[in-house]
Design a protein around this ligand. Structure first.
Ligand SMILES: NC(=O)c1ccc[n+]([C@@H]2O[C@H](COP(=O)([O-])OP(=O)(O)OC[C@H]3O[C@@H](n4cnc5c(N)ncnc54)[C@H](OP(=O)(O)O)[C@@H]3O)[C@@H](O)[C@H]2O)c1
Length: 346
């Protein structure tokens, strides 16, 4: 059963001790973020393979903007034609397990977990048991909530799609953003030599994460610099020919983000163009969609617990501030992560 049915039909009775309704950020149709509403809705119940979390903290990602606006339009074929099948927004989450569905192995009521849920901008959220992982004591909830989607994407970009090994030179474009910030820190942890690209106000921040070089994109064109073994591009707005020239023969260009100007095809048009532009060349073009993985979350927790991955919470907000924050994240100049303090009711 989808969340939308849980919200508009009576739905299953919430587990004992869980209130029948909760506050949540909800959308009834695709549109600009101001269409999002904070209202009282029925509390979901976990289905088979799912857990119910009492949400402590959630975090925003551009993904939330895409689901809110339904852009690019082709995405609606997957998520719902008039509105997302799941009406409550939010994915990144940290909280405590308050109920466990049938067939769940390895998680129990009372566990403190973080990961990706269906509708984390709410007091309670259902998550697939394989999309969350138990947190070490050393990682506080607000920092944990800031890691899952962006951290998983950065890890998979470097390790799985970039085949990064120690000593290689990596360029991270969008280095002060969610994915870029984690890509810088994880690449440093993997022994790479890292150059970050960001705007003036973020240069010191990116350097503090261990980047050897930081390019202020308002002053210097990163494409004019030396070639790199791996380019991780979370922005994707420079011409592909320019991006290719920044990669050493045998190296790779990993496209994580792309343009949003054309609501029909962006960023898909750039993916197609990228494969064509790199075809037959010694440089590789890679585009991927991050996959949810509890194992990868545990890798990220290890880095965070050891201090090698430091989540940067740029802003803390309450549930009522989420609509405006989704608009800001959609504009693409977020510094670090925006975290929603759900338990505190800020
Ligand atoms: N493929 C996947 O599975 C996947 C997963 C997660 C995210 N994404 C995509 O990856 C992109 C980044 O996500 P995110 O969570 O990191 O977003 P974010 O936190 O909003 O960060 C975006 C960063 O881009 C920088 N930026 C904006 N314009 C720039 C430009 N012209 N040149 C260089 N840097 C620029 C901004 O910093 P400055 O203004 O300081 O430069 C900002 O820090 C989004 O498009 C998102 O949809 C894809």
């Amino acid at each position: 059963m989808t969340d939308v049915h849980r919200m508009y039909d009576p739905g299953p009775v919430p587990p004992a001790g869980v209130p029948a309704t909760m506050r949540a950020v909800v959308q009834d149709r695709y549109g600009p973020p101001e269409h999002l509403q904070v209202r009282e809705v029925p509390t979901p119940a976990p289905g088979t393979g799912e857990v119910l979390l009492r949400v402590s903290a959630a975090a925003l990602n551009p993904y939330d903007w895409h689901l809110t606006t339904g852009r690019p339009y082709f995405m609606r074929l997957l998520f719902g034609l008039r509105r997302p099948a799941r009406a409550v927004r939010g994915a990144d989450v940290a909280g405590r397990v308050v109920a466990v569905g049938e067939g769940v192995v390895g998680l129990a009521v009372g566990d403190r977990v973080a990961g990706m849920a269906s509708g984390s901008f709410a007091e309670y959220a259902v998550a697939d048991a394989t999309s969350v992982a138990v947190l070490p004591d050393r990682i506080p909830d607000d920092e944990a909530a800031a890691i899952p989607l962006a951290g998983t994407t950065a890890l998979q970009a470097l390790r799985d799609h970039g085949a990064l090994v120690a000593g290689r030179h990596v360029l991270v474009v969008g280095a002060a953003g969610g994915v870029g910030g984690y890509a810088v820190q994880l690449a440093v942890a993997m022994g790479a030599v890292v150059t970050g690209v960001c705007s003036t106000g973020n240069v010191d921040l990116v350097r503090s994460w261990g980047a050897t070089e930081v390019v202020d994109r308002t002053v210097t064109d990163w494409a004019d610099g030396p070639r790199h073994d791996l380019v991780v591009d979370t922005v994707g707005t420079r011409p592909l020919a320019v991006c290719r020239r920044a990669v050493r023969p045998g190296g790779g260009y990993v496209m994580i983000g792309g343009p949003k100007a054309n609501p029909w095809i962006d960023p898909l048009g750039r993916v197609v163009a990228g494969h064509l532009r790199f075809a037959g060349r010694p440089e590789r073009f890679v585009q991927f969609t991050a996959t949810r993985s509890a194992d990868d979350l545990r890798v990220l927790w290890e880095h965070a617990a050891a201090g090698r991955l430091r989540p940067f919470v740029g802003r803390r907000i309450g549930l009522d501030d989420v609509p405006a924050a989704v608009a800001a994240v959609g504009a693409g100049h977020t510094r670090g992560k925006v975290v929603v303090d759900v338990a505190g009711g800020a």
